[in-house]
Design a protein around this ligand. Sequence first.
Ligand SMILES: Cc1cc2nc3c(=O)[nH]c(=O)nc-3n(C[C@H](O)[C@H](O)[C@H](O)COP(=O)(O)O)c2cc1C
Length: 156
Amino acid sequence: MARLGAAVNIVTTDGPAGRHGFTASAVCSVTDTPPTLLVCLNKGSSASAVFHANGVLCVNTLAAGHEALSNLFGGRTPPAERFAAAQWKVAATGAPMLVDAVAAFDCRIVRTVEVGTHDVLFCEVVGLAEGGVPHGLIYFSRRYHAIRGGHGGGEE
Ligand SMILES: Cc1cc2nc3c(=O)[nH]c(=O)nc-3n(C[C@H](O)[C@H](O)[C@H](O)COP(=O)(O)O)c2cc1C
């Protein structure tokens, strides 16, 4: 799996069960009709029960420079400490939206499929924000890699 490079995201939620968030590279677009993403969530994580109870989430796609934030949301830190390290808006669903994300997808969880240690959450996108941030972030071979984008940065 370490050789399967992917974008890095912080997936957040808020609602009756409280606020939580975790770093996820197992995020993928499923279809644009209706706009749907999937997120793979470890059933053993402290975030799992909170996401199921709230039923909403925001996928915040990280930019180059977010490596420390990604590690902070990557486990073993209390939720309040994770969120204190960045600036957030409240999305329409109530989930925290990272202000300087490459993109943020506000979603409702519409279906869950259990596969081994993980739940695959199918998430319908109900809102979208674009940060105008030029450079993305990929996790490959257990390391972060900045990738250059031609959008918004004025350079190619
Ligand atoms: C780069 C990176 C990618 C990760 N991708 C996922 C993922 O796709 N799904 C997942 O459940 N956990 C993933 N994790 C681990 C979770 O972020 C971590 O288990 C989560 O913060 C919960 O930890 P806790 O139980 O200590 O709160 C990833 C961690 C890192 C650093």
